[in-house]
Design a protein around this ligand. Structure first.
Ligand code: CP
Length: 310
């Protein structure tokens, strides 16, 4: 059976741990695995802007012995020039895997149904699972390994309905973490994602909390995370976003409520003075550039893991 990473809960708790362990191994020995030797090609498709994702998948595919074919969505026009289904049937026989940043989750699901090779979500409107694996890797490095994630508290402040919030809910609950989302009432996570996270947490010993109280989320947290207030494709006006999300800014006072030494995460790009202050993102508790580097190691592990099982 071909395995995919379309959303965070495509990996069960033991599988997520395996991927994180493999990422640590590949970080320590970058050329230890060459599953793409040939070289075999990985199609890396972008329908939305990127820096980190393009960089880390390109470098990662090369380090796994393969050839990265990066395609700008404006050129391929998937779903416009030809259907997702036809694109999947053209790509599948020629590539080892497909990595796709796109809009609707349904597009990714169609690709996975017909490509016949592993498909990896490089961000959709709904989820960003590669980012959460990099985030969990960053925390695992600091806390003593993947098994040490369970029982820790991660507070995310900002847009509770965006892809990062959804992925923190599913990926964090899978890891057995206590995930707190602080967000305005109008930006609640999708009900089905929240229900799935609660179901996962019930099996892993984690928990899920959604609140409109930033202080409640931050109190005693081991990790404080945020994201841009206006995600790609979100048509929220800048002034409206500032009014809506200002109570959820990660500043020194908010971080002071967290556990001593709490780790600060941001998937980047960041807007200093908006969702996070310069003092915090450039301060001693920030791990954001280690987090950005860990995209490479986490994604190499995902590709190697999926290829081995498909
Ligand atoms: N964090 C992240 O996905 O970065 P890019 O949008 O630059 O790829």
């Amino acid at each position: 059976m071909t395995r995919h990473l379309l959303r965070d809960d495509d990996l069960g708790p033991a599988e997520q741990r395996e991927v994180l362990e493999l990422a640590l191994r590949l970080k320590a020995d970058r050329f230890a695995l060459r599953p793409l030797a040939g070289p075999r090609t990985v199609a890396i498709l972008f329908d939305k802007p990127t820096l980190r994702t393009q960089l880390s998948f390109t470098v990662g595919v090369v380090e796994l012995g393969g050839h990265p074919m990066v395609v700008d969505g404006k050129l391929a026009q998937i779903g416009v020039r030809e259907s997702v289904a036809d694109t999947a049937r053209v790509l599948g026989p020629q590539v080892a895997a497909v990595v796709w940043r796109t809009f609707g989750q349904d597009r990714l699901e169609q690709m996975a149904a017909l490509a016949g090779v592993p498909v990896v979500n490089a961000l959709t409107d709904d989820f960003h699972p590669c980012q959460i694996l990099a985030d969990l890797l960053t925390l695992a490095e600091r806390w003593g390994g993947p098994a040490a994630l369970a029982g820790r508290t991660l507070a995310y402040l900002g847009d509770g309905g965006n892809n990062m919030a959804h992925s923190y809910l599913l990926g964090g609950a899978t890891a057995g973490m206590h995930v707190r989302i602080a967000t305005p009432d109008s930006r609640q996570p999708a009900a089905d994602v929240l229900a799935r996270a609660q179901q996962l947490a019930a099996t892993t010993g984690g928990s899920v909390l959604v609140t409109d109280d930033a202080a409640q989320a931050a109190d005693g947290a081991d990790c404080v995370a945020t994201d841009t207030w206006v995600s790609m494709g979100d048509d929220t006006d800048e002034a409206e976003a500032v009014a809506l999300f200002s109570p959820f800014q990660v500043d020194a006072a908010l971080l002071g409520r967290a556990a001593p030494g709490a780790v600060v995460l941001h998937c980047l790009p960041a807007y200093r003075g908006k969702e996070i202050t310069a003092e915090v993102i450039d301060g001693p508790q920030s791990a954001v550039f280690a987090e950005a580097e860990n995209r490479l190691h986490a994604q190499k592990a995902v590709l190697a893991w999926l290829l081995e099982r498909s």
